[in-house]
Design a protein around this ligand. Structure first.
Ligand code: SR1
Length: 368
């Protein structure tokens, strides 16, 4: 099984990359002609050899992009921000970051503030549709280019960027099915309202319909500053109430960390396996640890996704067209693959699975 799964890691990622590259339809671009005009080779930022002239506004270091976040704690969100900041630095743009710490009203307020401050572009990172869509509509009405990551923007007038959440759930569940033979009592970790989790949930609902032997015996979940620890408590209670459980589907790494902790603390690692989503260096350590119950995860590289979002915003500022929807494909990462290849951190994983890095998705023509 090990080599078959290793092969699938690469195949799944490669297919998704092609899909992302096939997007051709285009959406809004900025009306700001300052951003689109070339500056000539004198404006080339240091460290780059420009294939295209650097737009004037970028050469002048005059571009401000607001990043309006719903959440910021946890490995995923920290890595995503690091990738966004590195890309912003490479482009010479100022990235103004706000986080609402899961306070949805505050996120809408932060977005309105970015509009009032006349940001050159706004990236909305997660958010609940009910609170964020009116504020996004105001940004669009103010003719500010908007990039919407992992959020239902309620309009086609933004550039949407997502991970392929259906593939994330499908890849993790394919291993669950393989390991259990399609018959298992399962604890499911889910919180409604987060667009990526809702999309993964749709796959789980269909998976249960398609696999009569899969029985969800408990649904748990919380998203806050202490997600992993609180999911661990919930998972422990659910495992104790359902001693015949053999699998936990936890499609967010904070969920999977909590589920893993619960299984370990109850001494059930030989019996209950965890199927997750996302990846980080800490997650790799948790998955590859001796006797770890966390056996598979499906993930993109969050830093890469953050970089793609900033490139989308920069392209719009420069007057380039960006596809209305860009989907970043995930790769399936198994415990066996990590152990066999002695992968201990994200850097090694990125080398082993090159498709996790997608410089070809929304490339910047003036940046080599
Ligand atoms: C609470 S939403 C968490 C998810 O957002 C990103 O899409 C990550 O993949 C994470 O699983």
């Amino acid at each position: 099984m090990a080599s078959r799964l290793s092969g699938r890691v690469l195949v799944a990622a490669a297919v998704g990359t092609v899909a992302a590259g096939l997007l051709t339809a285009c959406t809004q671009s900025s009306d700001d002609s300052d951003g689109g005009g070339p500056a000539g080779s004198a404006g080339t930022p240091s460290g780059t050899s420009s294939a295209a002239p650097v737009p004037t506004k970028f050469a002048a270091g005059d571009v401000r992009i607001a990043l309006v976040r719903q959440l910021s704690t946890g490995d995923y969100f920290e890595q995503w921000l690091a990738g966004a900041q590195a890309q912003a630095k490479a482009l010479g743009v100022q990235l103004d970051v706000s986080s609402a710490d899961n306070n949805n009203d505050r996120q809408a307020l932060n977005l309105r503030q970015a509009v009032n401050n006349k940001a050159d572009a706004i990236i909305v990172d997660h958010g609940f549709a009910e609170t964020i869509t009116p504020a996004i509509a105001e940004a669009v009405a103010a003719r500010i280019p908007v990039v919407a990551f992992d959020v239902d923007a309620g309009t086609n007038s933004v550039a949407a960027i997502d991970q392929n959440d259906a593939a994330i759930a499908t890849q993790a569940l394919s291993v669950l099915k393989q390991d259990t033979g399609g018959t298992a009592k399962v604890i499911y970790v889910y919180v409604a309202g987060f667009a990526p989790l809702d999309k993964r949930n749709a796959v789980w609902e269909q998976f249960k319909k398609d696999n009569a032997g899969i029985q969800q015996v408990a649904k748990i979940g919380v998203v806050n500053d202490n997600t992993a620890a609180q999911v661990a408590d919930q998972a422990k209670a659910a495992l104790q109430a359902n001693p015949d459980v053999t699998a936990i589907f936890a499609p967010y790494d904070e969920f999977a960390k909590g589920a893993t902790q619960a299984v370990n603390e109850l001494g059930l690692a030989g019996k209950v396996k965890v199927y997750g989503a996302d990846i980080s260096t800490a997650d790799i350590a948790a998955i590859a640890a001796p006797n770890s119950p966390w056996v598979a995860t499906s993930a993109t590289n969050p830093a890469n996704v953050g970089a793609v979002a900033v490139r989308a915003a920069a392209l719009l500022v420069a007057g380039h067209q960006v596809p209305p929807r860009t989907e970043i494909p995930p790769a399936l990462i198994t415990q066996r693959h990590l152990r066999d290849n002695k992968i201990e951190n994200i850097a090694r994983l990125s080398t082993a699975v090159p498709a996790l890095t997608t410089p070809d998705v929304l490339p910047i023509p003036w940046l080599s």
